[in-house]
Write a protein that binds this ligand. Structure first.
Ligand code: SF4
Ligand code: SF4
Length: 469
C-alpha cells in the first residue's frame, strides 16, 4: 500500500490510477552534469532536424528524400530514379545500428536522440513552464477550476504549441518534397495541393497531440522500440541503474541509522522522472534513459556528503560486482548484420550510379537487307536503346563500336548525335548498318561503348544478326 504519492503501487503503471485512468505527471526540473550534456546534444540535434532541409547547397536542399520521384539529394548531389532497395537498406541499416547501440548503451536512443524526447524536453516543456510555471504550479493550475486566468494561460500555451508543431511538420514534410516547393504551395490556395495540405495538417495534429499532451504515454504504451528493447539488451548493456548494494536498506523511520544504506528515501529520483517510475525497482520498460534521476540523486548525495553515483550508468554485471564486458556476442551479432546491410547499400548505390544501357531489338524483322547503288549488300539491325543513369544527370553521350577492326565496317545511325541525357532515363532508336561479311554463321557479338567527356562510361554487348550463309 502506498505511503505517499511518490511511493508507487507495484501493481500498476505510475501513469494510471486504480481505475485505469491516466494520471498526469509533473516531472520536476533538474540541474546537473548529465542535464547539461543532454541539453547541448539536444540543441545540436534540433539544428540538424529543423535546419538541414532548409539549407541549400548548389541550389539543392542539403537533404531531400523525394519518394514520389525516387530522388535522393544529399549535400548538393542527387541520385535519380533511386531503386526502392536503397531506401529499404538504409532503413534496415538504421534499425540494426540502433539495436547495436542499445546492446551497448541500453535505451540510449530514447533519452538522447528520439525527436519526441528532444522536442519535448527542449522546446515544449520550456514553453509550458513559461506559461504555467514549474511542476508544482502546473499541478495547482490543472487542479484549479476554470477561470479567465487559467483559460488565458492554457490558450497561450496551445497557440505557441500549434505554431511550433506547424513548423516541425512543414520541416518534416519538406524532407520529402523540398522546403521551397512546400513554401510556395503554402502560399497558394490549399485546395490546389489538397494532398500535401492534408498531410501537413494531419502531421501537425499528431505532433501537437503527442508532444503537447500524450507524451510519456507514447513511450510507455505505443512505441514499438520500447517493447523490443529487452530483446536487444543483456547483463552487459549499460543502463541507468540504482546501486542496490550501496543504497539498501534505504532510510526508514524504523531502521537504526547505522544500518542504513546510502539511499535516504527522498524520492528526488521519482519526482524528476518523465515517465514517473522509481528506478530503485530495477531496470524497467518505462525507463527512457534520460538520466534525470542521476542528476537528482547526485545532487542529494552532495548534500548528504556521500559519493555521487548511487544512480549511474552501469551494467547489471558491474552492479553485481562482476566484470563489465563491452563486447558481447549480442553486440557483435547486431554490428555484423548492420555492416552487411551497409555494405549492401554501398554495393547497390555504386551499381545504381553507373550508366547502364539496354538494347531492345525492334519489333519489326530481326534484320533487313538492302543493296547500295554500287551493288554492295547491306544488313540493317534496328534497336531501341534505353539509357539510365541515377547519379548526376547531364551528359552528352556518343556511342561507338569497341572492336577496332569493326569500327569502320559498322555504321551507327541515331536520331540525335550526341544523345542528350538530362533525365534519369532516356530512350533512342539506333540502327546498325553493316556488310554481311562481318557475320559468323549469321550472327556477330560486338561491344558498344557509351562515351561522355572523352571517357567510356559503360560498355554493353550487342548481338547483330543477318542472313545465314
Ligand atoms: S528512471 Fe531515470 S533515466 Fe529512467 S526515465 Fe526515469 S528519470 Fe529517466
Ligand atoms: S534520489 Fe537517491 S537518495 Fe533519493 S530516493 Fe532516489 S536513490 Fe534514494
Amino acid at each position: 500500500m502506498a505511503t505517499n504519492r511518490f511511493e508507487l503501487d507495484p501493481e500498476r503503471l505510475a501513469t494510471t490510477d486504480i481505475e485505469g485512468n491516466r494520471v498526469y505527471l509533473y516531472p520536476e526540473d533538474v540541474v546537473g552534469t548529465w542535464k547539461n550534456r543532454r541539453t547541448y546534444f539536444y540543441w545540436c540535434l534540433i539544428v540538424l532536424y529543423l535546419v538541414l532541409p532548409w539549407v541549400y547547397i548548389k541550389g539543392k536542399p542539403a537533404l531531400l528524400i523525394n519518394i514520389f520521384t525516387r530522388e535522393f539529394t544529399f549535400m548538393g548531389s542527387t541520385l535519380h530514379g533511386v531503386e526502392p532497395i536503397l531506401f529499404f537498406l538504409i532503413l534496415i541499416s538504421g534499425l540494426f545500428f540502433i539495436a547495436f547501440m542499445t546492446s551497448l548503451f541500453g535505451r540510449v536512443w530514447c533519452g538522447w536522440a528520439c525527436p519526441q524526447t528532444v522536442f519535448i524536453q527542449t522546446i515544449f516543456a520550456k514553453i509550458e513552464t513559461f506559461f504555467e510555471g514549474k511542476a508544482r504550479a502546473r499541478k495547482i493550475l490543472d487542479e484549479s477550476p476554470w477561470s479567465a486566468h487559467k483559460i488565458m494561460r492554457k490558450s497561450a500555451k496551445w497557440i505557441v504549441f500549434t505554431i511550433i508543431s506547424l513548423h516541425i511538420s512543414h520541416t518534416f514534410i519538406g524532407y520529402f518534397i523540398g522546403p521551397r516547393e512546400l513554401l510556395s504551395m503554402s502560399l497558394h490556395n490549399p485546395f490546389q495541393n489538397l494532398g500535401i495540405f492534408s498531410a501537413v495538417m494531419i502531421f501537425t495534429g499528431i505532433i501537437l497531440l503527442d508532444f503537447g499532451w500524450f507524451r510519456e504515454q507514447f513511450c510507455i504504451i505505443a512505441c514499438p522500440y520500447g517493447r523490443m528493447q529487452s530483446v536487444m539488451m543483456d547483463q552487459n548493456s549499460l543502463v541507468v541503474a540504482y546501486d542496490v548494494k550501496r543504497g539498501e536498506p534505504r532510510r526508514s523511520p524504523n531502521l537504526p541509522k547505522e544500518n542504513e544504506g546510502d539511499c535516504i528515501n527522498c524520492y528526488a529520483c521519482v519526482k524528476v522522472c518523465p515517465t514517473g517510475i522509481d528506478i530503485r525497482r530495477g531496470t524497467q520498460l518505462e525507463c527512457i534513459a534520460c538520466t534525470q534521476c542521476i542528476d537528482a540523486c547526485d545532487d542529494i548525495m552532495i548534500k548528504v556528503k556521500k559519493p555521487k553515483g548511487l544512480i549511474r550508468y552501469a551494467s547489471e554485471n558491474a552492479l553485481q560486482g562482476g566484470k563489465h564486458k563491452v563486447v558481447t556476442p549480442r553486440s557483435i551479432l547486431y554490428l555484423s548484420i548492420f555492416m552487411i546491410f551497409v555494405t549492401s547499400f554501398f554495393y547497390f548505390l555504386n551499381k545504381s550510379t553507373e550508366l547502364s544501357f539496354v538494347f531492345m531489338r525492334g519489333s519489326d524483322a530481326p534484320f533487313q537487307m538492302s543493296t547500295e547503288a554500287n551493288g554492295q549488300k547491306i544488313v540493317t539491325n534496328h534497336f531501341t536503346v534505353k539509357v539510365s543513369h541515377q547519379g548526376e544527370i547531364h551528359h552528352e553521350l556518343f556511342f561507338q563500336v569497341k572492336e577496332p577492326e569493326l569500327k569502320n565496317k559498322i555504321q551507327i545511325i541515331t536520331p540525335m548525335k550526341p544523345l542528350i541525357m538530362n533525365t534519369a532515363e532516356v530512350k533512342t532508336l539506333m540502327f546498325f548498318k553493316f556488310d554481311p561479311s562481318i557475320l559468323i554463321k549469321g550472327t556477330r557479338m560486338i561491344h558498344m561503348d557509351a562515351i561522355a567527356h572523352d571517357h567510356i562510361l559503360s560498355t554493353q554487348e550487342v548481338i547483330l544478326v543477318g542472313p545465314n550463309p
